[in-house]
Write a protein that binds this ligand. Sequence first.
Ligand SMILES: [Zn+2]
Length: 107
Amino acid sequence: MREVIGSGRCTVPPATLRETQTASDTPCPSWCLRHEDADIGRPDAFRVHRGAIRFCGDISVQLERTQQLSDGAWEPAVVLLDGRDLDLRVARALSSTLAQVLDEAGQ
Ligand SMILES: [Zn+2]
């Protein structure tokens, strides 16, 4: 379900139950609400951990991190901005740039 709050306010939907609590020997990130396994049975099988989806207007924001199932190795976390992957460095720069632009606008 997609909840949208107007006026530029962001909202976090209520937490949902974790959907998969099987195979992993390592704990989920503290922010993980659900994860999915992919390419099971292949050497490069992986798990994608996902946090809450937040909406700012109609723009979705979600934290995601991928883990290899074979050795438990983690990929760097990314921010999904409307489905587009941003590494954390870019996401921080975007946040800073937005604040700067709003300052310039006098908001
Ligand atoms: Zn997880």
